[in-house]
Design a protein around this ligand. Structure first.
Ligand code: AHN
Ligand code: ZN
Length: 328
């Protein structure tokens, strides 16, 4: 008799555990299915978009390469069906140089109320002030990773969004004058906030009145070899749910060795001003380490195409693609 009761209890347990098991398996299956059905993110294509920018030469504000690259990005976004808005504005740099800056915004589903935005800076730094050789301090960086990588990843996503329109509205925002900040060899008094001039301007003057997207994702230095993307301090402070959602997507795709679930030191980047001034939650996907800081090519003459890894562009591209197509 006892054993019959035990058997009944045991089968009930088994039934309950099987059921709950099946439930979680089917929702996991649905998520995996969603990831598989996303349009195919082509890392080779993203690589070409990076190389095309670098081929113009350093995109330092007030230079011909800067102007030509700006025109190229506008034309490319339009070719992929985006509605393009440009903010042209003169911004004063740390040394009082007036920069002819352009923030370039490509909107998909412009009529949609529910929106997210994805951003990167497109200008390149006029100084290699982190180079080991001080003779290079006044050489502009090529900015293959620092600038062009984020834009390249987003231009490939723009190509996909033309092929498979997302449900929500998506704005690609390319910020100018991020990297014209006071160089470390300039020992004059630091007035502060000398980086991220384009995003500071945009945060005070969004391209659309009453612009209220759900959140934003900034890509910065997403093309280096063996990157680690930590959960950066200001991203966790202002937009912890967005960080967790993006890292979860990355882990579902198998990229847990890149997207590390560990806190990262604060980085003052475009997202900082977007959170602080515009009050829009925005996270930063940026390659760095708490121990060694940014990649060793950062602000050196070695920030070149040779040091760009297609695999990394693909990893980050697939993560943002998964985010865009999971938003309903
Ligand atoms: C500062 O160097 C203050 N912040 C890093 C932001 C940056 C520069 N990202 C790329 N270049
Ligand atoms: Zn930089």
């Amino acid at each position: 008799m006892k054993s019959v009761v035990y058997l009944a209890l045991f089968s009930l347990l088994l039934f309950v555990s099987c059921q709950s098991n099946e439930q979680s398996t089917s929702s996991q299956k649905q998520e995996t299915q969603d990831l598989i059905q996303n349009p195919f993110y082509n890392a080779d294509s993203a690589y070409v978009f990076v190389a095309n920018q670098v081929a113009f030469g350093p995109r330092v504000p007030n230079t011909d390469a800067h102007k030509k690259c700006g025109d190229y990005m506008v034309a490319t976004l339009q070719r992929f069906g985006a509605e393009v808005t440009e903010q042209r504005v003169q911004l004063k740099a740390y040394n009082n140089t007036i920069l002819d800056a352009r923030n370039i915004i490509g909107s998909f589903n412009p009529e949609q109320k529910t929106r997210i935005f994805l951003c990167a800076h497109w200008d390149s730094r006029p100084y290699s002030d982190n180079d080991t050789d001080s003779a290079n301090y006044h050489t502009p960086v090529q900015g293959a990773n620092d600038g062009a990588s984020g834009v390249g990843v987003l231009l490939e996503l723009a190509r996909l969004m033309q092929q498979v329109p997302p449900t929500i509205g998506v704005d690609i925002i390319l910020f100018d004058a991020e990297d014209y900040g006071r160089p470390s060899f300039d020992k004059s008094a630091d007035i502060g906030d000398s980086f991220c001039l384009g995003s500071q301007y945009w945060s005070r003057n969004p391209h659309k009145e009453g612009y209220k997207p759900k959140y934003g994702i900034l890509l910065d230095m997403v093309g280096g070899k063996n990157p680690t993307f930590l959960q950066e301090y200001f991203s966790m402070l202002y937009a912890p749910d967005v960080v967790k959602m993006v890292w979860k997507k990355a882990h579902q795709l198998g990229y847990q060795d890149y997207f590390i679930s560990q806190p990262g030191n604060p980085v003052i980047d475009d997202h900082y001003y977007i959170n602080k001034i515009a009050n829009i939650p925005c996270i930063d996907i940026i390659h760095y380490s708490n121990q060694t800081g940014f990649v060793d090519t950062w602000h050196t003459i070695y920030d070149t195409m040779e040091n760009i890894d297609k695999t990394t562009l693909g990893v980050v591209g697939r993560v943002v693609t998964a985010v865009v197509y999971s938003e309903k």
